[in-house]
Design a binder for this molecule. Sequence first.
Ligand SMILES: [Zn+2]
Length: 347
Amino acid sequence: MFTKDSVMYCIRQLIIILFIFQIALPNLAHKVSRNHSKRAARTTVDCEDNEWDQMLWDAFDDAISAAEYAKDQLGYLSSFLGLCEELKRGRNSGNTKQKMILMTFESIFGQVLYDRKSRNADEQNRRGRERVAEISGFVTGIGQLYDGPITSSLHIFCHEDFLQYSFTDNDTHDWYTDTRPAANGGGRVLDATRVSCSFSNPIPVAYSYSSAVVTHHMAVFCPNQFQTWEGYDRMSVMHDTRDWYGEAMHLDTIAKRYILHAVLHELSHSDHIFGVPGLEDVPCGEGNRNPAYGWVCITHLASNNPESAILNADSFATFVMAMYLSNADWHTGWAMPFNDNDEMGDC
Ligand SMILES: [Zn+2]
Protein backbone atom coordinates (compact mmCIF):
# COMPACT_ATOMS: atom_id res chain seq x y z
CA MET A 1 0.00 0.00 0.00
CA PHE A 2 1.27 3.49 -0.88
CA THR A 3 1.20 6.05 1.87
CA LYS A 4 2.15 9.69 1.44
CA ASP A 5 5.32 8.97 3.50
CA SER A 6 6.43 6.05 1.34
CA VAL A 7 5.93 8.12 -1.83
CA MET A 8 8.03 10.93 -0.34
CA TYR A 9 10.67 8.36 0.65
CA CYS A 10 10.81 7.02 -2.92
CA ILE A 11 11.11 10.53 -4.36
CA ARG A 12 13.93 11.33 -1.94
CA GLN A 13 15.77 8.14 -2.89
CA LEU A 14 15.31 8.94 -6.59
CA ILE A 15 16.74 12.43 -6.08
CA ILE A 16 19.76 10.95 -4.30
CA ILE A 17 20.30 8.43 -7.13
CA LEU A 18 20.02 11.17 -9.77
CA PHE A 19 22.48 13.30 -7.83
CA ILE A 20 24.97 10.43 -7.73
CA PHE A 21 24.68 9.82 -11.48
CA GLN A 22 24.68 13.42 -12.61
CA ILE A 23 27.26 14.91 -10.33
CA ALA A 24 29.30 12.29 -8.54
CA LEU A 25 29.94 9.95 -11.48
CA PRO A 26 31.61 12.37 -13.89
CA ASN A 27 33.90 13.54 -11.07
CA LEU A 28 34.70 9.98 -10.13
CA ALA A 29 35.47 9.12 -13.76
CA HIS A 30 37.88 12.03 -14.02
CA LYS A 31 39.67 11.10 -10.79
CA VAL A 32 40.08 7.50 -11.89
CA SER A 33 41.61 8.56 -15.21
CA ARG A 34 44.39 10.43 -13.50
CA ASN A 35 44.94 8.30 -10.42
CA HIS A 36 45.31 4.84 -11.85
CA SER A 37 49.05 4.64 -11.46
CA LYS A 38 51.95 5.55 -9.25
CA ARG A 39 52.97 8.37 -11.60
CA ALA A 40 49.55 9.98 -11.41
CA ALA A 41 49.62 9.84 -7.63
CA ARG A 42 52.92 11.71 -7.80
CA THR A 43 51.72 14.42 -10.16
CA THR A 44 50.76 17.64 -8.41
CA VAL A 45 49.19 20.80 -9.79
CA ASP A 46 49.38 23.86 -7.57
CA CYS A 47 47.79 26.92 -9.12
CA GLU A 48 45.97 28.38 -6.08
CA ASP A 49 43.00 28.58 -8.43
CA ASN A 50 40.65 25.65 -9.02
CA GLU A 51 39.83 26.63 -12.59
CA TRP A 52 43.49 26.85 -13.57
CA ASP A 53 44.19 23.54 -11.81
CA GLN A 54 41.39 21.97 -13.81
CA MET A 55 42.60 23.55 -17.04
CA LEU A 56 46.01 21.94 -16.54
CA TRP A 57 44.60 18.51 -15.64
CA ASP A 58 42.44 18.70 -18.78
CA ALA A 59 45.48 19.73 -20.83
CA PHE A 60 47.40 16.66 -19.56
CA ASP A 61 44.51 14.46 -20.69
CA ASP A 62 44.58 16.24 -24.07
CA ALA A 63 48.37 15.84 -24.27
CA ILE A 64 47.97 12.08 -23.81
CA SER A 65 45.26 11.91 -26.51
CA ALA A 66 47.30 14.08 -28.88
CA ALA A 67 50.41 11.96 -28.33
CA GLU A 68 48.50 8.74 -28.98
CA TYR A 69 47.12 10.27 -32.15
CA ALA A 70 50.54 11.47 -33.31
CA LYS A 71 51.95 8.00 -32.62
CA ASP A 72 49.40 6.45 -35.01
CA GLN A 73 50.24 9.01 -37.70
CA LEU A 74 53.96 8.32 -37.26
CA GLY A 75 53.16 4.61 -37.60
CA TYR A 76 51.65 5.32 -41.06
CA LEU A 77 54.69 7.39 -41.97
CA SER A 78 57.14 4.79 -40.82
CA SER A 79 55.45 1.94 -42.74
CA PHE A 80 55.25 4.21 -45.81
CA LEU A 81 58.99 4.94 -45.61
CA GLY A 82 59.73 1.25 -45.07
CA LEU A 83 57.71 0.30 -48.15
CA CYS A 84 59.35 3.03 -50.23
CA GLU A 85 62.67 1.50 -49.31
CA GLU A 86 61.56 -2.04 -49.99
CA LEU A 87 59.79 -1.33 -53.29
CA LYS A 88 62.35 1.26 -54.37
CA ARG A 89 59.67 3.83 -55.13
CA GLY A 90 59.49 7.57 -54.42
CA ARG A 91 57.32 9.97 -52.46
CA ASN A 92 54.74 10.39 -55.19
CA SER A 93 53.53 6.82 -54.79
CA GLY A 94 51.89 7.57 -51.43
CA ASN A 95 48.25 8.52 -50.95
CA THR A 96 47.07 11.95 -49.77
CA LYS A 97 47.34 11.12 -46.09
CA GLN A 98 50.81 9.60 -46.31
CA LYS A 99 52.08 12.55 -48.33
CA MET A 100 50.54 15.02 -45.89
CA ILE A 101 52.18 13.36 -42.86
CA LEU A 102 55.49 13.08 -44.73
CA MET A 103 55.47 16.76 -45.79
CA THR A 104 54.52 17.98 -42.31
CA PHE A 105 57.25 15.86 -40.70
CA GLU A 106 59.82 17.15 -43.22
CA SER A 107 58.80 20.82 -42.73
CA ILE A 108 59.32 20.46 -38.98
CA PHE A 109 62.15 17.92 -38.67
CA GLY A 110 63.89 18.03 -42.08
CA GLN A 111 63.90 15.79 -45.12
CA VAL A 112 63.58 12.06 -44.45
CA LEU A 113 62.84 10.64 -47.91
CA TYR A 114 65.41 11.24 -50.66
CA ASP A 115 65.16 10.41 -54.32
CA ARG A 116 67.02 7.17 -54.98
CA LYS A 117 69.16 8.91 -57.59
CA SER A 118 70.44 11.51 -55.12
CA ARG A 119 73.84 11.17 -53.48
CA ASN A 120 73.96 8.98 -50.36
CA ALA A 121 70.22 8.31 -50.72
CA ASP A 122 70.37 4.99 -48.84
CA GLU A 123 72.23 6.44 -45.90
CA GLN A 124 70.06 9.60 -45.81
CA ASN A 125 66.86 7.55 -45.96
CA ARG A 126 68.08 5.20 -43.24
CA ARG A 127 68.80 8.16 -40.97
CA GLY A 128 65.42 9.67 -41.92
CA ARG A 129 63.63 6.53 -40.73
CA GLU A 130 65.62 6.69 -37.48
CA ARG A 131 64.51 10.30 -36.91
CA VAL A 132 60.88 9.25 -37.36
CA ALA A 133 61.45 6.45 -34.83
CA GLU A 134 63.00 8.89 -32.33
CA ILE A 135 60.03 11.26 -32.49
CA SER A 136 57.75 8.25 -32.20
CA GLY A 137 59.59 7.28 -28.99
CA PHE A 138 59.02 10.78 -27.58
CA VAL A 139 55.28 10.73 -28.29
CA THR A 140 55.12 7.32 -26.61
CA GLY A 141 56.67 8.94 -23.51
CA ILE A 142 53.99 11.66 -23.39
CA GLY A 143 51.24 9.10 -24.12
CA GLN A 144 52.38 7.16 -21.03
CA LEU A 145 52.38 10.23 -18.80
CA TYR A 146 50.29 8.48 -16.17
CA ASP A 147 50.92 4.81 -16.70
CA GLY A 148 54.42 4.50 -18.12
CA PRO A 149 57.17 2.48 -16.53
CA ILE A 150 58.98 5.59 -15.22
CA THR A 151 58.16 6.44 -11.63
CA SER A 152 59.18 10.08 -11.60
CA SER A 153 57.15 12.94 -10.19
CA LEU A 154 55.78 15.91 -12.01
CA HIS A 155 55.08 19.16 -10.14
CA ILE A 156 53.20 21.94 -11.85
CA PHE A 157 52.83 25.48 -10.50
CA CYS A 158 51.09 28.64 -11.67
CA HIS A 159 52.91 30.82 -9.13
CA GLU A 160 56.45 31.32 -7.82
CA ASP A 161 55.83 31.52 -4.08
CA PHE A 162 58.63 28.98 -3.58
CA LEU A 163 61.27 31.40 -4.97
CA GLN A 164 63.30 33.44 -2.47
CA TYR A 165 65.82 36.16 -3.36
CA SER A 166 69.44 35.03 -2.80
CA PHE A 167 71.93 37.43 -4.40
CA THR A 168 72.60 39.78 -7.32
CA ASP A 169 75.34 39.02 -9.79
CA ASN A 170 77.18 41.89 -11.60
CA ASP A 171 74.41 44.29 -10.57
CA THR A 172 72.18 42.86 -13.25
CA HIS A 173 71.23 39.24 -12.59
CA ASP A 174 69.02 38.41 -9.60
CA TRP A 175 69.39 34.84 -8.39
CA TYR A 176 66.58 33.17 -6.46
CA THR A 177 66.51 29.89 -4.53
CA ASP A 178 63.81 27.29 -5.06
CA THR A 179 62.96 26.87 -1.35
CA ARG A 180 61.10 23.58 -1.72
CA PRO A 181 62.81 20.61 -0.02
CA ALA A 182 65.43 18.87 -2.16
CA ALA A 183 63.38 15.67 -1.81
CA ASN A 184 60.61 17.45 -3.73
CA GLY A 185 62.93 18.69 -6.45
CA GLY A 186 63.74 22.05 -4.80
CA GLY A 187 67.02 23.61 -3.67
CA ARG A 188 68.18 24.91 -7.05
CA VAL A 189 69.38 28.51 -7.45
CA LEU A 190 67.94 30.20 -10.56
CA ASP A 191 68.80 33.32 -12.50
CA ALA A 192 65.31 34.82 -12.29
CA THR A 193 66.30 37.80 -14.45
CA ARG A 194 66.82 35.40 -17.33
CA VAL A 195 63.72 33.28 -16.91
CA SER A 196 60.86 33.62 -14.43
CA CYS A 197 57.26 34.80 -14.49
CA SER A 198 57.93 37.58 -11.96
CA PHE A 199 61.39 39.01 -12.65
CA SER A 200 62.33 38.51 -16.29
CA ASN A 201 61.59 40.62 -19.32
CA PRO A 202 59.97 39.46 -21.53
CA ILE A 203 57.91 37.15 -19.33
CA PRO A 204 57.98 33.58 -20.68
CA VAL A 205 54.86 31.52 -21.30
CA ALA A 206 56.16 28.82 -18.98
CA TYR A 207 59.44 27.27 -17.92
CA SER A 208 60.58 24.01 -16.45
CA TYR A 209 63.50 22.00 -15.17
CA SER A 210 64.31 18.46 -14.18
CA SER A 211 66.06 17.59 -10.97
CA ALA A 212 69.10 15.44 -11.51
CA VAL A 213 69.30 14.16 -7.93
CA VAL A 214 65.76 12.86 -7.60
CA THR A 215 63.47 12.11 -10.52
CA HIS A 216 61.36 15.24 -10.38
CA HIS A 217 60.33 17.51 -13.17
CA MET A 218 58.80 20.84 -12.34
CA ALA A 219 57.12 23.37 -14.61
CA VAL A 220 55.72 26.83 -13.93
CA PHE A 221 52.95 28.16 -16.17
CA CYS A 222 53.01 31.95 -15.91
CA PRO A 223 49.80 33.50 -14.51
CA ASN A 224 49.68 36.28 -17.11
CA GLN A 225 49.08 33.67 -19.84
CA PHE A 226 45.90 32.25 -18.36
CA GLN A 227 43.69 35.04 -19.62
CA THR A 228 44.56 34.02 -23.20
CA TRP A 229 44.24 30.28 -22.52
CA GLU A 230 40.89 30.76 -20.79
CA GLY A 231 39.51 32.33 -23.96
CA TYR A 232 39.83 29.11 -25.99
CA ASP A 233 38.34 25.64 -25.77
CA ARG A 234 40.13 22.47 -24.83
CA MET A 235 42.07 21.08 -27.76
CA SER A 236 40.15 17.77 -27.55
CA VAL A 237 37.03 19.80 -28.41
CA MET A 238 38.77 21.30 -31.44
CA HIS A 239 40.46 18.06 -32.56
CA ASP A 240 37.69 17.00 -34.97
CA THR A 241 36.88 20.39 -36.39
CA ARG A 242 37.22 20.91 -40.12
CA ASP A 243 36.95 24.68 -39.84
CA TRP A 244 40.60 25.52 -39.23
CA TYR A 245 41.28 26.51 -42.81
CA GLY A 246 38.11 28.63 -43.00
CA GLU A 247 39.83 31.04 -40.60
CA ALA A 248 43.24 31.12 -42.35
CA MET A 249 44.69 29.61 -39.17
CA HIS A 250 48.43 29.24 -38.61
CA LEU A 251 50.21 26.83 -36.23
CA ASP A 252 51.89 29.83 -34.54
CA THR A 253 48.45 31.22 -33.65
CA ILE A 254 47.42 27.85 -32.24
CA ALA A 255 50.63 27.72 -30.19
CA LYS A 256 49.81 31.09 -28.60
CA ARG A 257 46.12 30.45 -27.97
CA TYR A 258 46.02 26.91 -26.60
CA ILE A 259 47.50 25.76 -23.31
CA LEU A 260 48.09 22.30 -24.84
CA HIS A 261 51.00 23.62 -26.90
CA ALA A 262 52.69 25.02 -23.77
CA VAL A 263 52.04 21.77 -21.88
CA LEU A 264 53.56 19.63 -24.66
CA HIS A 265 56.53 21.99 -24.88
CA GLU A 266 57.24 21.92 -21.11
CA LEU A 267 56.66 18.17 -20.71
CA SER A 268 59.13 17.56 -23.53
CA HIS A 269 61.86 19.28 -21.44
CA SER A 270 61.58 16.59 -18.77
CA ASP A 271 64.56 14.25 -18.43
CA HIS A 272 62.25 11.69 -16.88
CA ILE A 273 59.19 11.45 -19.12
CA PHE A 274 61.04 10.29 -22.23
CA GLY A 275 63.46 8.11 -20.31
CA VAL A 276 66.31 9.93 -22.10
CA PRO A 277 67.50 13.54 -21.64
CA GLY A 278 64.60 15.89 -22.35
CA LEU A 279 64.40 18.16 -25.37
CA GLU A 280 66.07 21.59 -25.41
CA ASP A 281 65.35 25.08 -26.65
CA VAL A 282 67.79 24.81 -29.54
CA PRO A 283 69.08 28.16 -30.94
CA CYS A 284 67.30 29.20 -34.12
CA GLY A 285 70.49 29.16 -36.21
CA GLU A 286 73.66 30.98 -37.28
CA GLY A 287 73.32 34.65 -36.44
CA ASN A 288 70.19 34.08 -34.36
CA ARG A 289 70.93 32.59 -30.96
CA ASN A 290 67.32 33.00 -29.76
CA PRO A 291 65.56 29.73 -28.97
CA ALA A 292 63.86 28.18 -31.99
CA TYR A 293 60.25 29.04 -31.11
CA GLY A 294 57.66 29.44 -33.83
CA TRP A 295 57.33 28.34 -37.44
CA VAL A 296 60.04 30.50 -39.05
CA CYS A 297 62.77 29.24 -36.73
CA ILE A 298 61.43 25.69 -36.60
CA THR A 299 61.48 25.32 -40.39
CA HIS A 300 64.86 27.08 -40.63
CA LEU A 301 66.28 24.55 -38.18
CA ALA A 302 64.62 21.67 -40.08
CA SER A 303 66.21 22.57 -43.40
CA ASN A 304 69.62 23.54 -41.99
CA ASN A 305 70.11 21.17 -39.10
CA PRO A 306 67.62 18.27 -38.94
CA GLU A 307 69.58 16.51 -36.17
CA SER A 308 69.04 19.58 -33.94
CA ALA A 309 65.42 19.92 -35.03
CA ILE A 310 64.53 16.58 -33.43
CA LEU A 311 66.01 17.83 -30.12
CA ASN A 312 64.03 21.09 -30.14
CA ALA A 313 61.07 21.28 -27.73
CA ASP A 314 58.97 23.70 -29.77
CA SER A 315 59.39 21.63 -32.96
CA PHE A 316 58.08 18.62 -31.05
CA ALA A 317 55.07 20.48 -29.58
CA THR A 318 54.23 21.99 -32.98
CA PHE A 319 54.41 18.63 -34.73
CA VAL A 320 52.17 16.90 -32.16
CA MET A 321 49.59 19.70 -32.48
CA ALA A 322 49.66 19.43 -36.30
CA MET A 323 49.15 15.67 -36.12
CA TYR A 324 46.34 16.00 -33.59
CA LEU A 325 44.47 18.52 -35.78
CA SER A 326 44.56 16.03 -38.62
CA ASN A 327 41.48 17.32 -40.43
CA ALA A 328 43.72 19.97 -41.95
CA ASP A 329 47.05 19.75 -43.76
CA TRP A 330 49.55 21.94 -41.83
CA HIS A 331 52.75 21.34 -43.79
CA THR A 332 53.07 25.02 -44.76
CA GLY A 333 52.20 26.14 -41.23
CA TRP A 334 48.78 27.26 -42.50
CA ALA A 335 45.69 25.07 -42.25
CA MET A 336 44.80 23.78 -45.70
CA PRO A 337 41.88 21.56 -46.74
CA PHE A 338 42.75 17.91 -46.57
CA ASN A 339 40.76 15.04 -48.00
CA ASP A 340 41.24 11.92 -45.92
CA ASN A 341 39.08 9.65 -48.14
CA ASP A 342 41.98 7.91 -49.89
CA GLU A 343 42.72 4.31 -49.14
CA MET A 344 46.11 3.80 -47.56
CA GLY A 345 48.58 3.41 -50.41
CA ASP A 346 51.44 0.96 -50.66
CA CYS A 347 54.18 3.36 -51.67
ZN1 LIG B 1 61.45 25.52 -23.73
